[in-house]
Design a protein around this ligand. Structure first.
Ligand code: FDA
Length: 306
């Protein structure tokens, strides 16, 4: 119930514009967002890399409405790819198609992301296309397939699949068959029972099943979760099936389960943290509250203390 409320609020434009301009909002967002500028994000990357944690950097933004905004988003990503290469950081980038113009011109979005994939290839990096709500699923998968097949795209682009969708098992087979790297997550949007498991226990069971398939697929996948019970199941699977530790990586979000991130690094697993930054933090922040409404109390307590 609370989850749906926060997800609905994440799409409220009035609240978004108010929150993103307020200093209190910016301060609270610091729990999940690495800063407002690229330099702050790069410093967060350096801190993570010092702890042997890789990064994927996200310049926050979604649902742009003009070509100029889409191009401006892309320019930030080109600057990020150059900065990561110049500083020799162990980091790649994650972006959203709605940030690149997908909502009003799919061909424009594909051109923009295609150029970013070319750039990533030139600097030995990688572009992850995040998965948004279900209206984007089909188009995101199809675009990722085309980008992987085009020019130097192979191995330079991947996408995200969500364990809450019934279709994901088939999508995983489709992408693995083409060697496309998948990030597996549970899914962060409100989806109807016609297309997504309504029960969390079913989502969790599907997550474990799909993760095991990916770990033994020969394609390097990212297992994105903070769920300690699921991580234990996957560690047991690694032991039982002697899965090489470098066959996959764990992925987590900035500011969440730092203890688990460090423990997995100590155990010799690859860990990548998703580091978001930028002034357009509101929808991302609200989705994090939706995942764990207890965060609201935590944030308020810290805010009142400071
Ligand atoms: P679950 O929500 O069951 O939480 C398990 C435990 O993790 C909780 O009990 C708590 O301890 C901790 N936890 C989880 N969320 C927390 C939070 N916000 N604050 C504090 N503790 C928290 N989704 C999507 O739809 N498209 C995408 O492209 C991505 N990309 C993505 C990248 C990466 C690297 C990650 C880790 C996640 C995503 N997600 C995503 C989000 C994902 O779908 C999901 O909503 C969250 O990861 C929460 O699910 P968990 O697997 O962590 O389990």
């Amino acid at each position: 119930m609370l989850r749906s409320v926060f997800i609905a609020l994440s799409q409220n434009r009035t609240l978004r514009s108010f929150a993103e301009r307020s200093s209190i909002g910016r301060k609270m967002s610091g729990r999940f967002v690495a800063g407002m500028t690229i330099d702050e994000a790069l410093r967060a990357c350096e801190r993570m890399n010092r702890e042997d944690i890789a990064v994927t950097l996200d310049a926050l933004g979604e649902s742009v409405t003009t070509e100029a905004e889409a191009e401006a988003s892309a320019n930030v990503y080109h600057a990020m790819l150059d900065a990561l290469a110049a500083r020799g950081l162990n980091a790649n980038v994650s972006l959203k198609l709605s940030q690149m113009g997908m909502d009003f011109d799919a061909a424009l979005a594909e051109r923009i992301v295609g150029k970013l994939v070319e750039h990533a290839s030139a600097v030995n990096s990688f572009v992850r296309v995040d998965m948004e709500g279900s209206p984007y699923t089909e188009a995101t998968i199809a675009m990722t397939e085309r980008l992987q097949a085009c020019g130097d795209g192979a191995g330079r682009v991947g996408t995200v699949l969500q364990a809450y969708l019934y279709r994901t098992e088939a999508d995983a087979e489709l992408l693995l068959g083409q060697g496309i790297r998948i990030r597996l997550c549970k899914g962060a949007y409100n989806e109807p029972a016609e297309i997504a498991f309504p029960q969390k226990t079913d989502v969790d069971a599907n997550y474990v099943k799909l993760a095991k398939r990916m770990m033994t697929s020969g394609v390097f996948c990212g297992l994105a979760t903070h769920d300690g019970a699921i991580v234990e199941k996957l560690l047991a699977f690694v032991r039982e099936r002697s899965v090489p530790k470098n066959a996959f990586e764990f992925q987590m979000l900035y500011g969440i389960r730092r203890d688990l991130q460090r423990r997995l690094v100590k155990l010799g697993f690859g860990v990548r943290v998703y580091v978001p930054f930028g002034p357009e933090w509101y929808p991302y922040f609200m989705r994090r509250l939706a995942e764990r409404p207890a965060n609201v109390l935590f944030l308020l307590k810290n805010f009142l203390k400071s």
